[in-house]
Design a protein around this ligand. Structure first.
Ligand code: GLC
Length: 456
């Protein structure tokens, strides 16, 4: 008996080991860096959450929050007709805001597909609108020179074999209730469906630059890599689109090749995220207001300065920003999103050199008071973002011998560099190693002025 037990234990342990050592592909660090190069350079993308939930216009989780049964939710499917949809206009707006890539929800948790899928009737081509929205979107965004990505929800509240879990609109309270609700559901059928659909979106629309799978919630009445068949799924993804850049939500953190970057959502990281002491690629995804889908009555919109600081700060910690728009059910951007994009675009037009190709500044540069630094290693330039516009004499701690020239980025007007300001010296605030910028007393007409510093 004891022997059998030990044998079973050995089998179990070795099975576990081989499982965690499973890898999706072997790629060297340098190869990965190369594959992610355009994305690390571009820094700023547009997220687009669009689906039937644009019609209730009260959050993309409305079906869950209000526990709406599918037959009732179906009314949105019957009336979906975004007659003003013009993805060329969207692409132009993204580009003018300074965004270089965009990610569209091909399917969100509600299960509705914006693409023409062979495997379901719950798709855009069966609505009054009748056309493949994803196809039109890809063509328009490509034409503007933007890179394209698909969000695809692992979760599906519409599919009959998707087992009811704690996230589902029909979630239950007890194990018995779950067992009852899930009688006859076969998750393996859903796994096949999910794989088939991911194959469709990665086959029918040409080159796809990014894939955004969303999301896993392991534990009691949750779902994890085994539910999605993540290993097999990602193997297929890598085969179909070897250049693709993949998010981290298929629950494969420990599997080499199982993800490419981290996705901190709706918060700012304190510092460049690390795993085992190694800095990793990351991108924060954020909304303008408190919902991803169009939300008519939600009013907590971030202002221009908050959005710019989010972008600058992310780059200063080596990361990207994916900023979300939730178009209306007519197919246009909300006027508030238009305004936010236009304001960011105004700043980006003159200051994008402090964003594209930039990253965290070398630690040898102390951060001057009330500023954020970014750095372009190719150009060897430092960008000082003045968050709170200073007075005329602005101290650069320890910068002596490190700078050749400085100018405002927006108008290329020289900033004079002097020895530390006399009164700074008297107050023993400055040292001989410091420098001083002589700034105009009046803040330039720029939300966050940037000083471009040419380094030694
Ligand atoms: C969350 C939400 C979802 C949204 C996503 C974007 O996972 O479930 O509604 O699409 O965040 O990051």
């Amino acid at each position: 008996m004891k022997k059998i037990f030990i044998l079973a234990l050995i089998i179990l342990v070795s099975f576990n080991n081989s499982y965690s050592q499973e890898k999706i592909w072997s790629e060297t660090e340098a190869q990965k860096e190369e594959r992610l190069q355009w994305w690390t350079h571009d820094r700023f993308g547009m997220f687009i959450h669009w689906g039937l939930y644009a019609m209730p216009a009260r959050h993309e989780w409305v079906q869950k929050y209000e526990r709406i049964p599918n037959d009732e939710y179906n009314k949105y499917f019957e009336y979906f007709n975004p007659d003003l949809y013009n993805p060329k206009e969207w692409a132009k707006k993204a580009k003018e805001a300074g965004m270089k890539y965009a990610v569209l929800t091909s399917k969100h948790h509600e299960g509705f597909c914006l693409f023409d899928s062979k495997y379901t009737d719950f798709k855009v081509t069966n609505t009054p609108y009748g056309k493949d929205i994803v196809k039109e979107w890809v063509d328009a965004f490509r034409a503007e020179g933007l890179k394209i990505g698909f969000y695809y929800s692992l979760i599906d509240w519409h599919h009959p074999d998707f087992t009811i879990d704690r996230v589902h609109p029909m979630s239950a309270n007890t194990d018995e209730e779950y067992a009852e609700l899930n009688k006859g559901k076969d998750m393996s059928k859903y796994r096949t469906y999910l794989k088939n659909q991911v194959r469709e979106i990665l086959t029918n629309y040409g080159k796809v630059d990014m894939l955004w799978l969303d999301y896993s919630y392991p534990g009691a009445h949750g779902k994890d890599r085994d539910d999605w068949g993540s290993i097999e799924l990602i193997k297929m993804v890598r085969e179909l689109q070897p250049g693709i850049i993949l998010d981290d939500r298929a629950d494969l953190e420990d599997v080499p090749g199982g993800w490419d970057y981290k996705t901190p959502e709706q918060f700012k990281v304190d510092k460049w995220p690390e795993i085992d002491g190694k800095k990793i690629p990351w991108e924060t995804c954020q909304t303008f207001s408190g919902s991803w889908g169009y939300h008519r009555d939600e009013n907590t919109w971030k202002n221009n300065k908050q959005l710019l600081v989010l972008l600058i700060e992310s780059v200063s910690k080596g990361g990207n920003v994916l900023l979300n728009v939730g178009p209306t059910a007519r197919g246009v951007f909300d006027y508030r999103a238009d305004k936010a994009l236009q304001e960011m675009g105004e700043w980006m037009k003159y200051n994008n050199r402090s964003i594209y190709g930039c990253t965290q500044a070398p630690e040898s540069f102390e951060v001057p008071n009330q500023t954020i630094l970014t750095y372009n290693p190719q150009l060897n330039r430092l960008y000082i973002h003045l968050l709170d516009y200073p007075l005329t004499n602005f101290r650069l701690p320890g910068y002596k011998g490190k700078i050749k020239y400085a100018q405002f980025l927006h108008d290329a007007s020289e900033i004079r560099i002097t020895a530390p300001y006399g009164h700074h010296m008297q107050g023993s605030i400055a040292t001989e190693d410091d420098l001083n910028f002589r700034l105009p007393i009046i803040k330039p007409n720029v939300e966050i002025p940037v000083i471009e510093v040419f380094l030694e």
